[in-house]
Design a protein around this ligand. Sequence first.
Ligand code: JD8
Length: 407
Amino acid sequence: MRLDVVTIFPDYLAPLDLSLIGKARRDGILDVHVHDLRTFTDDRHRTVDDSPLGGGAGMVMKPEPWARALEHVVDAGASQGAPVPHLIVPGPGGVPLTQALAHELAQEPWLAFACGRYEGIDERVYEHAGERMPVTIVSLGDYVLNGGEVAVLAIVEAVGRLLPGVVGNAESLVEESHEDGLLEYPVYTRPAVWADGDVVREVPPVLLSGNHGAIAAWRHEQRLERTAARRPDLLPTSATTGALADLDVRVATAADAAELRVLQLACWVPEGRASGSWTIPPLDETLEEVTAGIGAWATYAVRTASESGVPGRLVASVRGRVRPGDPSVWETGRLMVVPDLQGRGLGRELLALAEAAAPASVTTFWINTGVVSTANQRRYRRAGYRQLPGEGSFPGTVDLLKRRRTS
Ligand code: JD8
């Protein structure tokens, strides 16, 4: 990929000589060219700015040096397998830089960056460029910088590290924050026991277990918990739209166990009555078993909105986990909605939420319900599940499977 950067502060881009991006340049994966805008002025003071027409504070960047600079870039890079570059202009009003945008830009053979300064670039430069090449204004975030250079450093790093051969083990790119919408799990290294002054700090025992299935499940659990705690806005959209929109969707903790057990009893009584068996696990579990389940499964607790800090009423829940020993299967269970809120689509959205939480390794969704629970069976078939013949994984139940659709 070719990158051209036009700026009045070329030294600001020196960090692109360092680390993985620097190595990618030496390995020929990235071909970076930095141009000083003042090279394209035509006065002895090498003027790039002038006072804003219509008055106002600060200075504005003149159009002519930019037109000459962009013309030079296009001519200089013409043999790039693309007639013109995609021009990226950092600006506080631009489209937010996201991992998705970084992936899009990483597909391009040639990117050019126009670094503004002062109050910005004369608006006619955007028109001029737009008549010659694709132009995208990109923002680093909702805060104000003094110029575009910092944004270019971030964009070049976010895009460059996605190019094949830049990041050693491409595998590590997969499980990163913002790649699949979840924040990453906590990481640890030796010593497993750290004598930190008079504090002994250990690592989570599961990481020393050698049980990769359990480690994967724990890590995924951590990712869900962290995302729900720090960036609930990133949680699968189904948690924030439709019937769930005005409800508070969080990853359940042991503090929710007592209410979850009550909800479980309320939701499984009809099945107990219909099946005549009161020993089905949801009706038979102790509080300790419910609490243990919260830890072992990625469990969501749905509450009405809290008032003055008091948690709302627990009205629904669902849980999911990677099938122990088979990371390709995601098991969804304990899908429950309080009787007075059933029939509003909450169950359908909770099922989607649980499925969306499945890690990349999952290719099949599994769910199970009572033989007598024909309403549940219809609901799951409508959600794309296929009912397996014969008895399910537990007495008196049926299993339903659904292939995971990849985008
Ligand atoms: C380019 C000039 C400064 C901005 C008057 C302060 C990006 N996320 C971001 N915040 N700010 C920028 C950014 C700021 C820039 C320029 C990018 C060129 N300025 C201006 C308007 C208000 N001064 C950015 N990406």
